[in-house]
Design a protein around this ligand. Sequence first.
Ligand code: ZN
Ligand code: ZN
Length: 275
Amino acid sequence: MSERTETRSRWRTLARGLADVLLPRACAVCQGLLASGDRGIVCGTCWSRCEAFPEPSCRRCGHPRQPLPGPRVEEPGQDGFASCRWCRRLPPIVRAVRSAVRLDAGSGGAIVHALKYSGWTGVADGMGERMARLVFPVDVVAERVALVPVPLAHTRERERGFNQSQLLAEAVSRLWGLPVWSDVLVRQRQTATQTRLTPSERTSNVSGAFGADPRGAARIRGTHLVLVDDVITTAATLNAAAAALTDRGVRMLSYLTFGRAPDAGDRPSHVSDPD
Ligand SMILES: [Zn+2]
Ligand SMILES: [Zn+2]
C-alpha cells in the first residue's frame, strides 16, 4: 500500500467512525443502532436471524425432503424420503431452484419487506451476497450465461421507483461475474398481488403476464439462464416468466430467489432430520 493510499484509507476509517458518532445509523429492519462493524444498513443480528430450510433438500428444487411415514425402510433405492412434491410445480425446462432463506421464520420476511415496501434499496447488496453463496449443481455453474430479473409492470416500477429483482440480480452479478440481461423479458400486463390467492388462482393470475422481448431473442436461443426474483411461493410467477422464455428457444433455466415460503407439510426448521 502506498503512503498516500494508506493515509487516505486512514482518513476514511476516521471519517466513518466520526459519522457513526455524529449520525448514528439505524438498522433498516429492526431500527436498532448499527454497530461500527456492520456493513450496509442491516445489523448483524438481523442477518444472523435469517433461517435456511432444514436439510436434506432436493438437489433439483432445493426444497426440504419429506420423510416417508412409518418406520424407515433400508432397501436399495429407498432412502426413507418421499419423492419431491415441490418439483412437480416446475416445468421440465427448470434444472435447479435455490433460495437463501425461509420467509416464515427468523428475519427473512422482514428483510424482504425493508427492500420492497420500505424502499431500503441498500439492503439488496446483502441479500444478493447470500444468494450468490448458494450452491447450484456443477452443470448449472458451468452453463449459466446470464441473470434475468423478473420484470415488474411499468406502472408498478414507476410507483416503487425500482425493481427489487433487478437490484438483486445486479448484486449477484458482481459476485458471479455474469451479465444481467434485463431486456429479454417484458411484463405484458400488471397482475393482482398474489398474496391472498390459492395456488391455482396464482397460476391463472400470472398466466401470459410475460413476453420475451424480440430484441433479446437471438441472444437467448439455446442458453441456460438464471431467473431472479425476490421470493418464491408456488413458483407461479417464475413459471409464467419461464414459459415466455421457453417460447423464444431458451434451452434451460434455473431459478434464484432470496426468500422462499414454506409448503404445506414442510418440517419446521428446528426439528432435526432423521439420522
Ligand atoms: Zn437489525
Ligand atoms: Zn424437488
